[in-house]
Write a protein that binds this ligand. Structure first.
Ligand SMILES: [Fe+2]
Ligand SMILES: [Fe+2]
Length: 233
């Protein structure tokens, strides 16, 4: 087990796969000589969580503006919810439900956790239905709807932070213990095919660009805006 775990980190060429995916050149994936194919399934899922995190930040800034009665249009919520639907729910979560969760159920490992994760995917989809409906231009004009929308986005953020953190720290690392390296390699290839089918070439990069556009619209794209302004001692 230890050697496969070590191999994961070595093959990824990094100490922290999740932290460095944003730095990985996009054409790395296509380089056939690289030995990291066998880990790409988990890397893929973890960088998709990075997109989800950025989506949550967009919702948070939208909420902050709503609460502060600052300018924020319904399209901020609507476009974000559309992105959640097509990338998080209909792609990322489908991969987990089709390829990852059944492995744990088959091996009788983390069965209770997987059950909650599945329930949360369903709950998330219901919340997104609500966000899409309440962020339609007509609906958004009514204050009562904006309050409901804010509550829905808050519930979404509250659920998905621990959801993805549990997958990253408990479920995904455990996959190495129940699946042979060869199967992980196959999964990586299947994920890549599915990504190409749904989003075309450079699909992930295009999705990241769409999140970045929303961040720019809200003035939270510049990473330095998140650095606390504490005078140095
Ligand atoms: Fe999930
Ligand atoms: Fe996930």
């Amino acid at each position: 087990m230890e050697s496969s775990r070590r191999h994961f980190f070595v093959a990824a060429g990094v100490g922290c796969a999740a932290g460095l995916t944003a730095l990985a050149p996009s054409d790395d994936k296509k380089d056939k000589d690289k030995p990291e194919e066998e880990v790409s399934a988990l890397e893929d899922l973890m960088r998709e969580h990075g997109v989800l995190n950025r989506v949550l930040l967009v919702y948070e800034e939208g909420l902050r503006r709503l609460h502060a009665k600052e300018e924020v249009g319904p399209e901020v919520f609507h476009k974000t919810a559309e992105l959640v639907r097509k990338f998080v729910e209909e792609y990322h979560e489908k991969l987990e439900e089709t390829f990852i969760f059944p492995e744990f159920e088959k091996h009788r490992k983390h069965v209770d956790l997987v059950q909650v994760l599945r329930q949360q995917h369903e709950a998330g989809r219901r919340v997104t239905d609500l966000v899409l409906r309440l962020s339609a231009a007509d609906a958004f004009r009514k204050e009562g709807n904006r309050k409901q929308l804010a509550a829905a986005c808050s519930a979404f953020i509250r659920m998905y932070r621990p959801h993805e953190a549990r997958e990253d720290t408990v479920l995904f690392p455990a996959l190495h213990k129940i699946l042979p390296t060869k199967r992980l390699e196959e999964l990586g290839e299947q994920f890549e095919k599915e990504e190409d089918r749904l989003f075309g070439e450079e699909g992930f990069e295009k999705i990241v660009d769409q999140v970045a556009a929303l961040e720019k619209q809200l003035g939270i794209y510049d990473l330095a805006t998140f650095t606390p302004k504490i005078p140095s001692r």
